[in-house]
Design a protein around this ligand. Structure first.
Ligand SMILES: [Zn+2]
Length: 754
């Protein structure tokens, strides 16, 4: 699919999903109006999803600045207030050059101004004197030919601001102004009122008019928790007809309205800032630091429409975060950004709740984190706080990483991923259904990594034929909240020959998280909902069945030939088949006591309750697991569950994968096409600490046999390994190439030029 198609298709939002009745308080109102500066009005008598422009005007997103696709390696220097006069700007300019960084984000203003600002209440660094530190750095970076963007951060301010404009300060639930949690001499600002809409607009205009930077990056712009200030109370009441909610229950009408209203305010703010900076420099934009996966609070579909480029801010692990988390972020952003450049921030430090901002991480961990992002389409962006370095150990590894990616640049300018499997994520499920939806996704993510299957993530509001075009199969990891029209889109996908896997409560709720009497996808699953859910189940199992007609086991059970039973999940939805079943490969062995040990024996006769439903519908295939196989896998990581997950994907996809990689270890495998080449990335996650983020050393793994299916009409000229810089002997048969990769340390790329 062309990028143009992706972008235009992104605008279509299922028709039946637009209006929602939010309760009588709203329905009685003849119209709703937000009190935003942009003056956006919302739909009559009902709420719609946040819109990037005033309702009724189909304002096209502003054109992308001409530079956005150029940078491949970003640097960020976030100054601290006492840097001016202390740090050496030339040191950083030299480092940017050595790392071959082609874009940079530099601290300009907001919390602290690093230039002689004239905006009232814009706090100059107390160490600035008559200098213009920001301006000096901008000039130096320009000389290096870099794209230069200015960093602003509006989330905290000072006593003089609070005294003069008490209404600019965020208020807690009791209405009290909030001190800053980490710097208690400061105040937290309100994101949705005049501090951002007026004051920060002036700051951005000043920076843009003085320095003509390529963009303004806005950190922490969307509020620090809910604000109960006078502006938020009044504008919400005017817009929604409710007082600000004191509950987090999304089924509370005020809460639900708040989820939508706060997003609308932020999109209005974004549009305002973007329009104002473009008036001063038409080839610029603002880049709000925003976005993510299902649990992200701002609508990714709208973000994907508005942003010409975005920065995926997952800087490092927290606690035991697995090392593929950075790549996941790339996939989540790409689901709505399409081919637009996505940049992945990595910090070089230990990212923990304890915020050791001046720390330096192990080299192995930095390398692996960045590698997984790059393999998943992210352009790297290193971030360092403080111009004065307290620990220099990161400098050399990052320099080496960047030089490597500079050498590989041609092969990192991806046109499209070759993945045929899509893993759906759903913000509406996270917002309105709640639950632990993400744990189901994480289970699938881990299983797909272990299965070495290239896959993409898919946003649940982009299920139209154009967006699903590249995919042969889709996975719905407990996507509980789905609208009728989303269900219709999924049905159409299967009718076109697609494969579909769904788990647990998928489609049992509508798009607003309201429970249905029947699955929205009951017909596809071939089941009916019996009204209840069992669990948590202790000591429950699944019997592996042989087809009584063919006397064979279904391919879903491949690799489990010697098993008679395996462990069950933890929760199951009660369902009954609506279509005749010859047999189900898995049947329920209900819970029985797990203590005292003398009582641990199965009760009753053999159950015939199926725990998987398989259907073929034309050329389409459907697998429905009525239990939480994916969530349980994420919790327990039982290999038997992994095999079922992998086999289900293989069976529903029902075609040769674009890439197969055979050999020892755990690899993240991704495959891409560029203008004149194709690449297979192999990121070596094999490590005694693989399921824990902390990595001490890189352990080479190999050999790996890589089999690649060439896109139609492509004739390979040469095949190389980019990391070890070697040409490869190739076996070719039909459209398939086979090469052997002797060993992978952290990140190897098989590059096929044509
Ligand atoms: Zn407020």
């Amino acid at each position: 699919m062309t990028p143009r198609k992706l972008i235009s298709a992104a605008k279509s939002w299922p028709a039946d999903a637009t209006p929602v009745k939010l309760g009588t308080a709203i329905n009685r109102r003849s119209f709703l109006k937000t009190a935003s500066v942009a003056g956006a009005t919302l739909a009559l008598g009902s709420w719609s999803w946040p819109r990037p422009a005033a309702a009724g005007t189909a304002a096209a997103p502003a054109p992308p600045p001409s530079w956005v696709d150029k940078p491949m390696r970003w640097a960020q220097l976030t100054l601290v207030e006492d840097d001016p006069g202390k740090f050496d700007p030339q040191f950083w300019l030299d480092y940017f050059k050595r790392t071959r960084s082609d874009a940079v984000c530099l601290s300009a203003g907001g919390c602290v101004a690093y230039y002689p600002t004239k905006v009232p209440f814009h706090h100059r660094s107390a160490w600035l004197g008559e200098r213009d530190v920001f301006g000096e750095l901008v000039a130096g970076c320009r000389k290096l030919g870099m794209v230069v963007i200015a960093r602003t951060d509006p989330h905290a301010t000072y006593d003089d601001v609070q005294a003069a404009h008490p209404d600019w300060i965020a208020a807690d639930a009791a209405g009290k102004p909030r001190r800053h949690w980490a710097s208690p001499e400061m105040w937290v600002t309100c994101a949705l009122g005049p501090y951002n809409f007026e004051f920060m607009t002036e700051v951005k205009k000043e920076i843009m008019s003085r320095y003509k930077v390529d963009a303004i990056f806005i950190n922490r712009w969307d509020g620090s928790g809910m604000c109960f200030c006078e502006h938020c109370r009044r504008t919400f009441r005017q817009a929604a007809g409710y007082e600000l909610p004191h509950t987090s229950n999304p089924q509370d009408p005020a809460r639900r309205a708040y989820i939508l209203w706060s997003q609308q305010r932020l999109f209005d703010l974004w549009r305002l800032w973007d329009a104002e900076v473009r008036k001063l420099n038409p080839d610029s934009c603002v880049i709000p630091n925003t976005g993510g996966g299902a649990t992200s609070s701002l609508d990714m579909q709208r973000i994907g429409e508005l942003a010409p480029t975005l920065i995926a801010d997952r800087q490092a692990r927290r606690g035991l975060t697995v090392p593929w988390a950075n790549g996941k972020n790339g996939k989540e952003f790409r689901a709505t950004m399409g081919r637009k450049p996505i940049v992945g921030i990595f910090s070089v430090g230990v990212e923990e709740p304890y915020r050791w901002k001046d720390s330096v991480q192990s080299e192995a961990e930095i390398r692996l984190w960045v590698a997984d992002g790059v393999a998943n389409g992210l352009r790297p962006w290193f971030t360092k706080f403080s111009g004065v370095l307290h620990d220099e150990r990161w400098l050399k590894p990052v320099e080496e990483i960047y030089q490597r990616y500079a050498r590989w640049e041609k092969y990192l300018r991806n046109e499209r991923p070759l993945a045929r499997v899509g893993l759906v994520y759903s913000q509406q499920t996270a917002w309105f259904h709640g639950s632990r939806a993400e744990d189901h996704t994480l289970g699938w993510y881990q299983a797909l990594i272990e299965a070495r299957l290239p896959f993409e993530m898919v946003h649940d509001r982009l299920l139209d034929a154009a967006h699903l075009g590249p995919f042969k199969s889709l996975i719905l990891p407990n996507i509980a909240a789905l609208s009728e029209s989303q269900c219709a889109q999924l049905r159409a996908f299967v009718e076109r020959g697609g494969g579909l896997i769904a788990t647990f409560e998928t489609s049992l709720y509508d798009q607003w998280g309201v429970k249905r009497n029947e699955f929205g996808l009951a017909d596809l699953f071939g089941v009916t909902f019996k009204g209840g859910t069992d669990g948590p189940m202790q000591n429950s199992y699944l019997r592996l069945e042989t087809d009584p007609v063919t006397d064979r086991r279904h391919p879903l059970l491949a690799g489990l030939e010697d098993a008679q039973r395996i462990i069950n999940g933890v929760r199951r939805v009660q369902v009954e088949p609506t279509l005749p079943l010859t047999h189900s490969p898995l049947t329920l062995i209900p819970s029985y006591p797990d203590l005292p040990m003398e009582k641990v024996y199965p009760r009753g006769s053999k159950s015939e309750v199926p725990q998987v439903y398989l259907r073929e519908s034309g050329t389409g295939r459907v697998v429905y697991f009525p239990w939480d196989i994916d969530r349980t896998f994420w919790e327990v990581l039982a290999v038997d569950h992994f095999k079922l997950l992998r086999n289900a994907v293989t069976w529903v996809t029902n075609e040769e994968p674009p890439v197969t990689v055979t050999g020892p270890g755990v690899l993240d495998v991704t495959a891409w096409q560029q203008k004149t080449s194709l690449t297979v990335h192999l990121v070596n996650l094999t490590n005694p600490m693989m399921m824990k983020g902390p990595v001490r050393e890189l352990i080479p793994v190999g050999p790996q046999e890589v089999r690649v299916c060439l896109p139609e009409g492509m004739r390979p000229k040469k095949v190389r390994l980019l990391a070890v810089e070697k040409s490869l002997r190739v076996e070719r048969s039909g459209r398939y190439l086979r090469v052997s990769v002797p060993s992978i340390l952290d990140h190897e790329v098989v590059a096929v030029d044509f």
